[in-house]
Design a protein around this ligand. Structure first.
Ligand code: FE2
Ligand code: FE2
Length: 282
């Protein structure tokens, strides 16, 4: 459905206001205990996951600024302001989780305290995804063209927030969520659920804008497909390692398949090259 009148942004902004949540109110008590008792390798993997999410949220907060500076319709400005605020809130949740749940567990386990920014938690493919996303977003400040906007939405909303983020949420929820019989991390899962709800609006907005660019033929579908495909290799290299061995939840193949499906679903939601919608974006 065409939304050039800004109806989507308006609706999402209102939804953001009405579904407000606080990262400071999530009770971390049970998680502290579970983290103290996890196996050493599972605890290391958990710290890497939280560090990657925390750094990711920091990056997307900063990387959204060029889009905030570029949109000029009032409803878009309001929505992007809420989007930026929510990314900062997500970053604050992971910060707090590190300081108030992971750090005490490190103490209890007799480990040296670590920082979520330590290089040990990040791999080269992870850095590649975020470096490329920052470049794509900053390009909007040089030239606000349809191609640069499409590239920004493909990197940020379609790939980082949707394919990457959703696969990470899935890994954590399917491993530590209430539906599994493994160790439970209720605060982490609660935070992820609230974040996932916010991300639904962010991805919905980016997809709506991308669909608009395709529908009006200001960008070619092949450009979108190539941009998304160009990011697949580093994204898949990271998501394949997001699971936990010897715990419930998806293995490496399951996570890779989940990411592939996410990517396919998003592309299916976008209009065809001839301007006809395959399926309406969210
Ligand atoms: Fe976020
Ligand atoms: Fe987001």
């Amino acid at each position: 459905m065409p939304t050039e009148d800004g109806a989507t942004a308006k609706r999402y902004f209102r939804n953001a206001v009405e579904r407000h949540w606080s990262p400071y109110e999530v009770d971390l008590t049970a998680d502290r205990e579970t983290l103290t008792e996890l196996s050493r390798s599972a605890f290391t993997q958990l710290r890497a996951t939280v560090a990657m999410f925390g750094a990711g949220e920091e990056s997307v907060t900063e990387d959204l600024v060029p889009l905030a500076a570029t949109v000029n319709r009032e409803s878009d400005q309001r929505f992007v302001a809420s989007h930026l605020y929510e990314e900062a809130k997500h970053a604050a949740f992971f910060d707090r989780y590190w300081t108030e749940a992971i750090r005490p567990a490190e103490d209890a386990r007799g480990l040296e305290p670590t920082e979520p920014t330590d290089g040990r938690w990040f791999t080269d493919p992870y850095e590649t995804v975020f470096d490329r996303t920052a470049t794509a977003m900053n390009r909007l400040l040089d030239a606000d063209t349809p191609a640069n906007r499409a590239s920004a939405f493909c990197h940020y909303h379609l790939t980082v927030e949707s394919v990457f983020g959703q696969t990470g949420f899935h890994a954590v929820e399917a491993t530590f969520g209430p539906e599994t019989d493994g160790p439970s991390l209720p605060a982490l899962v609660e935070g992820f659920e609230a974040i996932r709800q916010d991300e639904g609006r962010h991805v919905g907005y980016g997809m709506d804008r991308l669909a608009g660019l395709l529908r009006s033929k200001r960008v070619e579908r092949s450009f979108v497909e190539e941009t998304v495909a160009g990011l697949a290799e580093p994204v898949d290299a990271v998501v394949e390692k997001m699971g936990w061995e010897r715990l419930p939840g998806p293995d490496s193949d399951g996570l890779a398949a989940f990411a592939v499906q996410q990517r396919r679903d998003r592309l299916t939601q976008l209009p065809d090259g001839d301007g006809a919608g395959r399926r309406a974006a969210e």
